[in-house]
Write a protein that binds this ligand. Structure first.
Ligand SMILES: [Ca+2]
Ligand SMILES: [Ca+2]
Length: 338
């Protein structure tokens, strides 16, 4: 029984980021404003966590020796990740006026890094954080689209609080006014994910035979070879995520002791679309006192937003999304303001 460990580099440096941006705003007639912007950010000295006590080909002699044979898995937390983010942003807005306001944003971006996260449980969508480098001696081989990379994101929010029948009868005016409706729409690209194998060497996984593969807390995380050109689709629709994107068989197994040629985060998950609606009405009770009724619908269109597909080649559900974000939720509320 070997000692395993979790070690933090005693000379770990502070993580930081540098950002630069440029925005041009233009005021248009009828209170409209448009804005075009660029933002760039680099992350420096970001932390990573890897099992560092391993080397490629260790298991080929039938014995797990590890780099230091006195220890098993040694998870090491240190600096070693850099990230780069570049985005173009567009915005059009109209402040609340004449009972109406609107704000729309679009962002086109690219986010690269060599590791996106070191803790599990941060993502809800079946992502695989807490995975280290496939080959501990090639951290630059991990450079790819970040787990946070969302190339396209659009959002729009509208508020409408009309005043009807001004000067009409008191009853009609009371009935028709003091309503407020709002809608928020968000649509964005899916997040990237890697295809990997969670099996041990003896079970046909751990391709580079290093006795690990970088998964935090042990486990294996070896990527296969890239599929032959034309064997898989370039992009996927919702039905593909339900039926399965590809067969495990299209990913060739590297010869024992060798790293797979498939890069990190080479595939993209399902897109996310949601519309939230709310309708509110306030009544004046006496003086400043108000009673507000509110009806809200989250994911009002009941869009099925799938989680990332299962990306472990050894699972029967490989390539399929088997979970989804919340379906429509409706709630009503009453608020008394005094
Ligand atoms: Ca060995
Ligand atoms: Ca491995």
């Amino acid at each position: 029984m070997r000692i395993t460990g979790f070690v933090v580099n005693p000379e770990v440096k502070t993580q930081y980021s540098e950002s630069w941006f440029l925005n041009v705003q233009r005021r248009l007639p009828r209170d409209w404003a448009v804005e075009v912007g660029y933002v760039g950010t680099t992350g420096i000295n970001l932390e990573r966590i890897d099992d560092v006590n391993r080397f490629n080909g260790d298991l080929l002699d039938g014995r797990e020796d590890r780099l230091n044979p006195n220890f098993g898995v040694l998870l090491f937390v240190t600096n070693g990740v850099t990230s780069s983010y570049n985005a173009l942003t567009l915005e059009a807005r109209r402040p609340f006026n004449h009972g109406f306001s609107l704000q729309t944003n679009y962002r086109w971006s690219k986010w690269l890094d060599t590791s996106s996260d070191t803790s599990t449980g941060q993502f809800q969508d079946n992502a695989e954080p807490g995975k280290g480098a496939a080959n501990i001696n090639c951290l630059r081989c991990e450079r790819a689209r970040s787990m946070f990379d969302i190339p396209h994101r659009f959002s729009a929010s509208v508020m409408w609080a009309p005043t009807f029948f001004k000067g009409g009868s008191r009853f009609v005016e009371r009935l028709a006014n003091n309503w407020q409706a709002s809608a928020i729409f968000t649509g964005q690209s899916g997040r990237p994910f890697s295809v990997w194998d969670g099996r041990a060497f003896s079970a046909g996984g751990d391709y580079n035979a290093d006795g690990g593969g970088g998964a935090v807390g042990g486990g294996f995380y070896d990527r296969p070879d890239a599929p032959a050109p034309g064997t898989i689709n370039a992009s996927f629709g919702k039905q593909d995520f339900l039926n399965g994107l590809f067969d495990a068989g299209v990913f060739p197994k590297p010869s024992p002791g060798r790293d797979g040629t498939l890069g990190r985060n080479t595939f993209r998950g399902p897109r996310f679309v949601t519309l939230d609606l709310s309708l509110a009405r306030s009544f004046t009770v006496r003086g400043e006192k108000q009673l507000q009724f509110r009806l809200e619908a989250f994911n009002a269109l009941n869009t099925v937003n799938l989680f990332l597909p299962n990306a472990d080649l050894s699972l029967p559900s490989f390539g399929k999304s088997t979970q989804a974000f919340e379906s429509r939720t409706v709630q009503a509320g009453v608020k008394f303001v005094f």
